[in-house]
Write a protein that binds this ligand. Structure first.
Ligand SMILES: [Zn+2]
Length: 233
């Protein structure tokens, strides 16, 4: 009977460890959720910044073009002032009109792009504010998770040390059987009989094994589901 008691104590320790590991695992989605929320803002901000940079490049290019074309107009004006004949004057005036039309078109484009750049900058700034707010908001949640994790890690260390004390109390052969079953992803390995049936899968105990089990000392393997069964007293 003391083998059974030692085995049940070992299982209790393992169940405690398992529960702590479950709690630790449950923290992961919370951390992932916090990270994902922050990352969504970072990603949106990066996308918007890329668009902004492209628009700023267009804006700088247009500004250069306008400056260049204004210079051309100034040169045309100087030429117009210096012309001697009517034909030269007509040609210079036509050239200047064309340059002015080009500049007017470019200025209209620049106006549109400048407005767009301003909107994009405002958007990026708003996202930066949103990111800051998100990070500030997450400080508490993240420190809560970190504290919880540290607490569980501490409890786990204690629980594992306790198991190290309990395990040698179970005879080696029985412990090997138990560990083998437990490692096959079973949480509950040692199960009490429930009215002469397996407490895990409810399969009735074969007639010939009933006596040994109900005598209270035997630890038997359930042929149906593979747990170790005992008769509760
Ligand atoms: Zn069973």
């Amino acid at each position: 009977m003391s083998d059974l008691r030692a085995l049940l104590a070992l299982q209790d320790d393992d169940l405690a460890i398992h529960a702590l590991e479950q709690r630790l695992a449950a923290l992961e989605p919370r951390i992932r959720e916090l990270d994902a929320r922050r990352q969504r803002i970072v990603d949106a901000m990066e996308r918007q910044s890329t668009v902004l940079q492209a628009e700023e490049k267009k804006q700088a290019f247009l500004r250069d073009k306008i400056a260049e074309h204004r210079e051309l107009i100034a040169r045309n004006q100087a030429q117009l002032d210096a012309v001697k004949t009517m034909r030269q004057a007509t040609a210079a005036a036509a050239q200047m009109d064309q340059a002015k039309r080009i500049v007017a078109g470019e200025e209209a484009d620049l106006h549109v792009i400048t407005r767009r750049v301003e909107e994009l900058r405002a958007g990026v700034a708003a996202q930066a504010t949103e990111l800051e707010a998100c990070e500030a908001e997450q400080v508490t949640a993240r420190s809560e998770v970190a504290a919880e994790r540290a607490a569980i890690d501490g409890e786990l260390a204690v629980a594992r040390a306790k198991r190290d004390q309990t395990a040698p109390q179970v005879p080696a052969a029985l412990r090997q059987r138990y560990d083998r079953i437990r490692n096959a992803k079973r949480v509950h390995v040692v199960v009490a009989l429930n009215a002469l049936a397996c407490g895990a899968c409810d399969t009735a105990i074969p007639m010939q094994r009933r006596h040994a089990m109900t005598a209270g000392t035997a630890i038997e393997l359930c042929e149906a589901c593979g747990v170790l069964m005992y008769h509760p007293v």
